[in-house]
Ligand binder design. Structure first.
Ligand SMILES: O=C[C@H](O)COP(=O)(O)O
Length: 350
């Protein structure tokens, strides 16, 4: 199956009207490969302005949105508002939303205080039911379940999720749940979503890249439902964002790191004794692994059609080599999307 190459520019919190006009004029001059889909992620305050001056072959994305259509959520924007100003994409789950601002984690942490207590109570009751089989405890559990749904402000909170929360690290599970609810609501509202996933440096160095990205995508599966056509995945290793370091593009070129081997910054990897050496996967390897996971856990059709972008220090200098990898279907570009070289990145498959 041919997947249309899709290049996203994420301006993050950059630009003013003058700079934005200059960027758009540069894109208008192009020339841009007409076989490539282009989406630019714009600060919320400029969405309407960019929509009014951008050519029709460039789609506009918000960089985040809330998981409800309206209400008392000061400072937030909803999918309905994004659509109302003529834009039809949103970037969700970007690592900067969580790692720099801790926005979602704060929210989750606040909810967690209440939920931890309720979950503990629920576990105690479940244990007692196992021993006593009483209807009294069963009805209390239903009430607790409703209370947790209420705290999460989600009517559609599925009972299986509770099981998951009981079995997993709860903070992690709730953080993933927050992201899931955003994706679900955005898709239900009619937006297309660039859903970001990716491991931190610490996770990569402990050989956990696949474990982390599989967990992140697993959390998104129920939220996406049958709307895979409206989703683009962006694999963005956190350590590669804005650092000038990209994952090695080439297929099969895994980098095996043994104790004592120096990192690029001159420090050494820890002595891991008899443990297996850490294998650093290339961007292509991770993209292929994601596609394989989707084939096994969702369907082979979805795996064949889903577009997976690579993000993290993409520039005109490395875009061609990355674009040549069979499972890299586009880019999510930060810094370089503000520069004239973005045109060359869009044209990387030409
Ligand atoms: O959303 C884009 C990514 O965070 C990549 O940013 P970057 O190209 O500046 O590394």
């Amino acid at each position: 199956m041919t997947r249309k190459f899709v290049v996203g520019g994420n301006w993050k919190m950059n630009g003013d009207k003058n700079q934005i006009t200059e960027i758009i004029n540069n894109l208008k001059t192009g020339p841009l490969d007409t076989n490539v889909e282009i989406v630019i992620g714009v600060p919320a305050i400029y969405l309407a302005y960019v929509k009014s001056i951008a050519p029709s072959n460039i789609a506009i994305a918000a960089q985040n949105c809330w998981k409800a259509p309206k209400g008392a959520f000061t400072g937030e924007i909803s999918p309905a508002m994004i659509i109302d100003v003529g834009c039809n994409w949103v970037i969700l789950g970007h690592s900067e939303r969580r790692t720099i601002f801790g926005e979602k984690d704060d929210l989750i942490a606040e909810k967690l205080k209440h939920i931890e207590f309720l979950l503990r109570l629920m576990v105690t009751m479940l244990c007692r039911i196992r021993h006593a089989q009483t209807g009294f405890y069963a009805s209390k559990i239903i009430i607790l379940n409703l209370r947790i749904k209420n705290i999460l402000a989600c009517e559609k909170f599925e009972d299986e999720k509770l099981e998951e929360l009981l079995n997993q690290d709860r903070c992690q599970a709730l953080t993933e749940l927050g992201k899931t609810l955003q994706v679900k609501h955005a898709l239900e509202s009619g937006l297309k979503v660039i859903a970001c996933i990716g491991e931190t440096l610490e996770e990569r160095e402990s050989g956990k890249t696949e474990e982390v990205v599989f967990r992140q995508i697993q959390a998104l599966v129920p939220a996406i439902g049958d709307k895979w056509n409206d989703v683009v995945l962006a694999y963005e290793p956190v350590w590669a964002i804005g650092t000038g370091k990209t994952a090695t593009p080439q297929q099969g070129r895994k980098q095996t790191l043994h104790p004592g081997v120096s990192r690029d910054n001159g420090t050494s990897f820890p002595d891991i004794g008899d443990e297996k050496p850490i294998v650093h996967q290339s961007a292509q390897d991770v993209h292929a692994a994601l596609r394989n996971w989707i084939s096994t856990n969702v369907s082979s059709d979805v795996a064949a059609q889903i577009r997976v972008q690579y993000g993290g220090s993409v520039t005109a200098a490395n875009a061609r080599e990355l674009a040549a990898c069979p499972d890299i279907d586009g880019f999510l570009v930060g810094g370089a999307s503000l520069k004239p070289e973005f045109v060359d990145i869009v044209n990387a498959t030409k």
